[in-house]
Structure formats: C-alpha cells, structure tokens
Design a protein around this ligand. Structure first.
Ligand SMILES: Cc1cc2nc3c(=O)[nH]c(=O)nc-3n(C[C@H](O)[C@H](O)[C@H](O)COP(=O)(O)OP(=O)(O)OC[C@H]3O[C@@H](n4cnc5c(N)ncnc54)[C@H](O)[C@@H]3O)c2cc1C
Length: 400
C-alpha cells in the first residue's frame, strides 16, 4: 500500500495552509478561547467555516447531494489535520455525523448535516454507562416503545460535551428481552428534552484549568440521567435493533480521524518547537542525548500517523477495518504517555508547573499534557481492550 500523498493531495494541503495563514489570526484564537463561543461559534469562526465551504473544503468525503464533494477520506483527513494543527475545531458532530450520512433518513440529514457544518448542531457521545464501558454490550439504559414515541430511562456516564452539545448520540436497549449486542438502537436526542439532567464530572484538568492547546484539556465530562424522556420514533437512527453495528462503525471512523492520533503526537511537536525557539533552552540543543531522544519520539510519532493513514487508505479502497484502527489506538496513546513523560524529564522541573504559575513555560501546557495523555489511553476504548482486538482479529488468537 502506497502511503505517500499524490500531487493533488499535496496541492490540497497547501490550499488549506494558505487559507489558514490568512484567516487563522490571533483574533480568531481569542474568539475560540471564549467559553461563550463553545456552544454557538463566534463570527470569525463562522466566516472561516463559510470560506472552507465556498472552496469545497468542508465535508469533502460526503456525497455531493449531502453538501460534500464526493471526495476521499484521505482528502478530508488532510483538511482536518491542518485545522487541528491550527487549533481550529473541525466540527463537533463527532460520531454522530458520519453515521447520519451513512444511515440517516432524508429528514435527519436535512435536519443535522448543514447546521453541523457551522457547529450549530453537535453530538455528545452517549454510550458508556456505570458498568458498561469496555463491556459496552452491557448497556442497560432502555427506550420503551409507546405508540410513535420512545420513553427513555437510565443513566450514562462520561458523556463528554453533553453540557455544550445540542444532541446526544445515544445507545439504548429498545428490546427489553434482549441481551448483549442484540436489541440495541441509536437515538438522536436533543439535550434540552424534559427529563434529561446533565451533572458535571470533573476531570483532573479542572483545577487550575488547562491552557488552550492542551491535549485533553477539558475540565469536565458528565453524568447524564434520563427520567421518562420522550422522543419521537423519528429520532431513531437506522433500524430498530441495529444500534450495535451502527455504533461500532462510528467508533472506527472516530479512531481513524486525525484528531485521534494528533492527541498523542502534538505534545511532542510542541516540545520540539519550544526547544527550537526558546533561547533559554539552547543548552538542550547542544545535548546529544536530548537530541537522540527527541528524534526517537518524533519517529514514533510518525508511526502513529502512518497507522492512521493506512486505515484511511483502506477505508477509501472499501476494505473493512478489522484490527488496524485498534492498533493505532494502542500505539498512539502509549506513545503520548511515554513522550509527555520524556518531555517532562528533558525540560526539567519547570515543565511540571501548572497554568497560573509565573514560571510555567507556555502557561503550563507541558504539565497539563502530561496529565491529559493518560486519558487518551482510556477513552474511545482502553488500550488493553484494543490489544485484545489486535490479538483476536489481527493475529487470529483465540478468545480467552
Ligand atoms: C476523559 C474521558 C472521556 C470520555 N468520554 C466519553 C464520551 O464522550 N462518551 C462515552 O460514551 N464514553 C466516554 N468515555 C468512557 C470510556 O470510553 C470508558 O471509560 C472506557 O471504555 C473504559 O470503560 P470503563 O470506564 O467502564 O472501565 P472498565 O471497562 O471498567 O475498565 C477498567 C480497566 O479494566 C480494563 N479492562 C476491562 N475489560 C478488559 C478486558 N476484556 N481485557 C483487558 N482489560 C480489560 C480496562 O482496560 C481498564 O484499564 C470517556 C472516558 C474518559 C476517561
């Protein structure tokens, strides 16, 4: 498999870089840092999204009739990679959007896809429950059918962004007699539906808050309770009982998006640029052991990128992903942990100072990245569980 970019892909990357050089201003960064613009984007961000759309750079891999360009996933990967490197949110549709493209009715596509391009619609991922995380097939949150509505009762946990999203992409048990993967469905539930309560769950980034640019800098995730929540049957995505298949497809697409691997790779890039640019760190540049370590970390970071790109190329070729996305989800988070620890050792005690300390370089981003790296080894499937998938699906080992 050829993982190199062709001339058209290199041209596309340059086009995005040029646009971001013009519009990725300090004013835009200040707007994005304001909490009031997290739920509804501010004017500069909207202008950027409009310019992306005008140049055919939005949702490139979607079908044309849905607002896309009929392009490849690799092309979309390139655009998103550049946006993330410029600290610009891609779109908070998350797992919801690609699944709606694949399984949505015409009404659902009309309702969600265009507004999501401006981030006016965004989905929190409502899968995990107390007792159903790695063992997701143990979902107990139920949706009882009553005429042309579902009545939802239960609880979800770690529903990140539920306090900012417009909707929850919710995995529920619609067949009360079912067990495990059978009898599950996906519902697209507005967060402001009566009976939904969102409780904050603080992460270790809560105090002091992580500075912008931190990987996994979110100060909170959430617990969400559903108490006789009524939604119309039209809120169901795909067929009743098909929730497991739809959910797994969405998770795999999340794992091969550039946002995932960049979580693990960007802290090392930030450290390298700090060491290259900060005159006070010149002594590190003269240290052969430090240079050797940085080169090793950088090479490992390229492996994260290539794992992801291989999955993207396979998806473009219509090949099913069996263990490839899981392999990246083992390598990259473990690289992230190992890299942030090495960076803390190289930069010394100042790299352990948190945001707010006058001596902390880059507002404490190195210390906050060190804490954030651990989270990516758990969410979206823990590395232990991903290893299990590589062993069984990739290496053909028996289930224990
Ligand atoms: C910061 C953060 C954000 C998150 N955001 C979301 C979100 O937005 N939406 C959402 O739905 N979920 C979210 N999650 C939940 C995440 O997907 C789960 O935490 C994860 O799948 C692990 O499930 P668990 O917490 O129930 O732990 P458990 O499943 O109880 O696992 C505990 C430990 O046991 C290990 N383990 C479990 N089973 C096996 C096995 N078969 N083999 C080997 N080891 C095993 C795990 O690796 C882990 O180390 C988030 C989690 C975190 C930490």
């Amino acid at each position: 498999m050829d993982l190199r970019y062709d001339a058209a892909e290199l041209g596309l990357r340059q086009k995005v870089k040029d646009l971001l050089a013009r519009l990725g201003t300090p004013e835009l960064a200040r707007e994005l840092a304001q909490p009031r613009f997290r739920r509804r984007r501010g004017p500069l961000t909207r202008k950027l999204y409009e310019e992306l759309a005008a140049r055919g750079l939005n949702a490139i891999s979607w079908p044309r009739e849905l607002g896309g360009q009929d392009g490849s996933k690799a092309a979309q990967f390139i655009v998103e990679e550049e946006l993330i490197r410029a600290d610009i949110p891609v779109s908070r549709g998350g797992s919801g959007l690609p699944s709606i493209v694949a399984h949505g009715t015409d009404e659902q596509r009309a309702e969600f896809l265009a507004p999501a391009m401006q981030d006016d619609v965004s989905f929190a991922l409502g899968f995990t429950e107390p007792g159903a995380g790695s063992d997701l097939a143990g979902v107990r949150c139920r949706a009882r059918r009553e005429g042309d509505a579902y009545v939802i009762d239960g609880e979800k946990v770690y529903t990140s962004a539920a306090h900012e999203a417009t909707h929850i992409y919710l995995l529920v048990r619609t067949d009360p007699a079912s067990t495990r993967q059978q009898g599950l469905s996906i519902l697209l539930v507005p967060v402001d539906t009566p009976g939904i309560t969102v409780y904050p769950l603080q992460t270790l980034q809560n105090d002091p808050p992580a500075p912008p640019g931190t990987i996994y800098g979110d100060p909170r995730t959430n617990r969400v309770s559903f108490d006789s929540v009524v939604v119309p049957v039209s809120a169901r995505l795909g067929a009743e009982g098909d929730g497991w298949r739809i959910a797994q497809g969405g998770l795999n697409l999340d794992r091969i998006a550039p946002a995932r691997y960049l979580m693990s790779v960007r802290p090392i890039e930030t450290a390298v640029s700090e060491i290259a640019a900060n005159p006070e760190l010149g002594f590190l540049r003269d240290d052969a052991v430090v240079m050797d370590k940085l080169a090793e970390l950088w090479i490992e970071a390229q492996v994260c990128r290539l794992f992801t790109l291989k999955s993207v190329r396979m998806a473009d070729a219509g090949q099913p992903l069996t263990y490839e996305a899981a392999a990246e989800k083992v390598w990259a988070p473990e690289h992230g942990i190992h890299a942030t620890e090495s960076i803390a050792q190289i930069l010394g005690p100042v790299a352990q100072l948190l945001n707010g300390s006058p001596l902390a370089p880059r507002d404490g981003v190195f210390a906050h990245n060190l804490m954030g790296a651990f989270q990516s080894s758990i969410n979206h499937g823990s590395v232990q569980v991903m290893r299990d998938q590589v062993a069984r699906r990739g290496l053909g080992m028996p289930r224990q």
